[in-house]
Design a binder for this molecule. Sequence first.
Ligand code: PSU
Ligand code: MN
Length: 311
Amino acid sequence: MTHPMLTLSKDVAAALADGQPVVALESTIISHGMPFPRNVETALAVEAAVRDEGAVPATIAVLGGWACVGLTAEQIGYLGERGLDVPKLSRRDLPLALVSGGDGATTVAATMILAARAGVEVFATGGIGGVHRGAELTFDVSADLQELAQTNVAVVCAGAKAILDLPKTLEYLETHGVPVVGFGTDDLPGFYTTKTGLGVDFRADTPAQVADLLQAKWDFSLNGGVLVTNPVPSDQALDLTRVDTAISQAVAEAEQQGIGGKDATPFLLARVKDLTGGDSLETNIALIENNARLAARIAAERQARRAHQTA
Ligand code: PSU
Ligand code: MN
């Protein structure tokens, strides 16, 4: 059931009606994940990458209390320019934004919810939220993980970054039945780095293999998402030691300054960017585009099967 406040752009509505592949994209990464104007340039480049692979992009946000699936370039520009003034919306915050009639940038969790409502099953982003370092004391576990546990959307990302506790994040996903796929790799990618030394559950070397897994899971009514981890292209990856040093310092500063709740992730991302002299931003941009292309190919594979089944 769609909600009356769910608005599909013309392009997205037409693509879904025609059975064309559609890729969902989030907006927290625009408003909270990167500085203006690179955030807007990146969001538009990512949409172009999806189109280039033959799919239709559906960037998702709440605007004026309407849950929008598919934004115009102007709307993307607005979210990027207003940056941190746009509230960050996760599952908890979504109903508040709808009743207040305000704007909001959707996290992975909230984007999955709205994508699923609209009938979009593949979503590309940079990195997901996870279990934070020190979560045994703070209880800081991103709502993204709980959403992956219950909402039927495949999330293509470059892994989770080491601002998180990666082994605990994998444990959480295992408990909640979320398969972690490595695209072309047996090693969990670490966002800025291609490897973390941790394993994935399933290696896929083609979009068709990912589509097979989605079909098996959902046909069997095993609800919930699949995390498809796609390593950053190696010529764009950062040095592991350098990233680790920056992350450790950012995590320590967050602790000293008492930064928690939904401010934790944006704070850490911004500090890592500064501490790497901006290099982490370039890597971030490259990997999102890479993920968008893969997501488009997976979405195309899903649609091709559906067409075949109904033929
Ligand atoms: N990780 C990144 N970049 C991001 C985010 C995470 O590398 O922009 C954003 C995503 O929108 C993700 C959110 O869903 O942060 C997680 O926030 P929290 O930990 O508060 O759930
Ligand atoms: Mn949190």
